[in-house]
Design a protein around this ligand. Structure first.
Ligand SMILES: O=C(O)c1cc(C(=O)O)c2c(n1)C(=O)C(=O)c1cc(C(=O)O)[nH]c1-2
Ligand SMILES: [Ca+2]
Length: 600
């Protein structure tokens, strides 16, 4: 296959003297990544959640509550035609741009990587583009959610990027040339890569999406010096391994527990924290009696060898599609006068959880969504939902919330998509609050028996399986959903207790959060708006509509002392977006970068 590399500046043909005028980017060493939150890196954003603790906090404070009214658009770069394909109206560019010393790196839906020179603040100059020429038809036909990307990584002189059709690529940062690529996800099983890799030491850590159609999930580290696999840990235990008995028969082989949002890393302990997706099939638990470890769980692993140190399962035998892939914030705090190392997580099942991140002991679980009906609470001792029955093979939770193949819908809140989904949270060390964006409301579905038994068995035609079956049917006409608020929210939560301190309700959740040093919190929407909120009150203090659906969460960087806010467009508008921005109905999905700064 021909690989297209467009060296836009023509750098390759210039002399050495001319080249020296291009400030060669410094190496992204592992030391810099460990210190990505230090003052020396204030202007940079070197990994998808900015720092290993996943705080998505930029200390830049030029833009404040008082002057944000003067924020304006600095430049726009169209990155591609909208990554349309197959069943989907557009790509979902859910990535966070990375910025290192005035150069930006982004990846869009069809896995194309672009390097831009953003130093002059007036235009995003494309330096190079690398197009891995992914199998677009396969992506459109066989993946659950279309052409999606949640970001990339930087390691030394290279960009580390994953493709939706399952490759790990190392691309030279200066030249945009491919160093090497490895096919790591199994297309025959519909494994694909949608989450960003996490660079730890000389490895990249990542795992595949594909939990909707029966993969056996895994997390893997690749040695970036050699391209060899350093370790792979399956997120569903095999025969003889602890937890395999939580799957009836051979259901473990296609048990899901995929990985599609990037984990966190504690460089002091060497532990890395990742969430896993739903057990497969997503709604119909009758295919997989048992708790289904380690699906819908938080895993703590040794980053050196992938050994599982502890796990916590949020929704055992999950009958709601409550994937728990979401981001996890690491916090070093003082509780009752004692230092405490925590990991916190707003779970898709509607509860905010705190854990001791050394041993996994749950410190609290508190409801954060407006409405939740599938359980009456979480047992503070066991961490299990109160209705959990350790002897049952199929959990029923609160009556009426789990549907049956016979046609009774399960009516449950939060919705199938959560609660909080992949859209990442941000934590501000100034306000000591965690900012999340969540869906509010309820869903109703009927589990759908597979038309033939092989469809859940792994040896199937993934494209045919996608067309024939998605494991659930809409509830029968006339089914009444609980009469509750239906939409989205942004909430400020005290991560030590799970208590909600401020909130704003809206028709649809945002694409993830950013917190900045000027006491602002930022979010972007498929309605085309970039929003700034007061970090204390969540009062909206500024917004701007870009005229096309934004897809990714915002980030912040600086060049020569000037602070910028950047965000990716590339998504389809939703019906609810019309409530806030009527014109969104006619938005044309566009793969683009929007960058803002104070106009002075
Ligand atoms: O189980 C999986 O492997 C898997 C993968 C993905 C994905 O990679 O986008 C999503 C989901 N599940 C999912 O359940 C879900 O709600 C979802 C939303 C989105 C999105 O991009 O907005 N992706 C996914
Ligand atoms: Ca899923």
């Amino acid at each position: 296959m021909l690989k297209r590399n467009l060296f836009v500046t023509g750098l390759a043909t210039m002399g050495i003297a001319a080249m020296s005028s291009f400030a060669l980017a410094a190496e992204t060493t592992s030391e810099r990544l460990v210190n990505a939150g230090s003052e020396a890196e204030n202007g940079n954003w070197l990994m998808v959640h900015r720092t290993y603790d996943s705080h998505r906090y930029s200390p830049l404070n030029q833009i404040t509550k008082d002057n944000v009214k003067d924020l304006s658009l600095s430049f726009v770069t169209i990155l591609d035609n909208a990554s349309r394909g197959g069943r989907y109206a557009s790509a979902r560019n859910e990535g966070t741009p990375l910025v290192e010393d005035g150069f930006m790196y982004v990846q869009t839906g069809w896995s194309v990587v672009t390097k831009l020179d953003v130093r002059d603040g007036k235009v995003g100059k494309v330096v190079w583009k690398y197009d891995p020429e992914v199998d677009r038809q396969w992506i459109s036909d066989a993946t659950c959610c279309g052409a999606e990307n949640r970001g990339i990584g930087l390691w030394n002189d290279d960009v580390i990027a994953l493709t939706m059709d399952g490759r790990v690529m190392s691309i030279n940062k200066e030249t945009g040339e491919l160093n090497w690529e490895k096919q790591r996800a199994d297309k025959a099983r519909a494994e694909s890569f949608t989450g960003a890799p996490l660079i730890i030491g000389d490895t990249a850590v990542y795992g595949p999406a594909g939990g909707e159609y029966g993969i056996r999930g895994w997390l893997e580290a690749i040695d970036l010096k050699t391209g060899d696999v350093a370790w792979r840990t399956y997120t569903v235990p095999g025969p003889g391994e602890p937890g395999n008995d939580t799957w009836e028969g051979n259901a473990w082989e296609t048990g899901g527990a995929s990985i599609w949002q990037t984990g966190s890393y504690d460089p002091v302990s060497g532990m890395t924290y990742w969430g896993t997706g739903n057990p497969a099939p997503q709604i119909d638990a009758e295919y997989r009696p048992g708790d289904n470890l380690y699906a819908s769980s938080l895993l703590a692993l040794d980053a050196k060898d992938g050994a599982l140190k502890w796990h916590f399962q949020f929704t055992p035998n999950d009958p709601y599609d409550y994937d728990e892939i979401g981001d996890n914030q690491l916090l070093d705090v003082t509780v009752d006068g004692k230092p405490s190392k925590m990991v916190v997580r707003a779970a898709r099942n509607g509860f905010m959880y705190g854990f001791n991140r050394t041993d996994g002991a749950m410190t609290y679980a508190k409801q954060y969504v407006e409405d939740l009906n599938w359980t009456t609470g979480i047992d503070p001792k066991t961490g299990k939902p109160l209705e959990y029955d350790p002897k049952a093979q199929l959990q029923k939770y609160v009556a009426g919330t789990v549907g049956s193949r016979e046609g009774t819908p399960g009516i449950y809140c939060p919705t199938l998509g959560g609660g909080k989904n992949w859209q990442p949270a941000a934590y501000s060390p100034q306000t000591k609050l965690l900012y999340i964006t969540s869906a509010e409301g309820c869903s109703a579905y009927v589990p759908e028996a597979a038309p033939n038994p092989t469809i859940t068995g792994g040896e199937y035609d993934v494209v045919k399986a996608q067309r024939e079956w998605n494991g659930r049917l809409p509830a029968p006409e006339g089914t009444k959903l609980p009469d509750v608020f239906n939409g989205g929210s942004v909430k400020a939560i005290d991560p030590l207790t799970g208590e909600t301190k401020a909130k704003v309700l809206m028709p649809r959740r945002l694409n993830g959060m950013l917190a900045t040093g000027g006491d602002l919190v930022w979010g972007s929407s498929t309605n085309g708006n970039l929003y700034a909120y007061d970090a204390d009150t969540l009062k909206e203090v500024w917004s701007f509509n870009v005229g096309t659906s934004l897809g990714g969460p915002p980030m912040s960087y600086s060049v020569d002392g000037k602070q910028y806010i950047a965000v990716l467009a590339g998504a389809a508008p939703a019906a609810a977006d019309k409530k806030t921005v009527p014109a969104s109905e006619f938005f044309v999905p566009t793969d683009a970068l929007f960058v803002f700064a104070l106009d002075k």
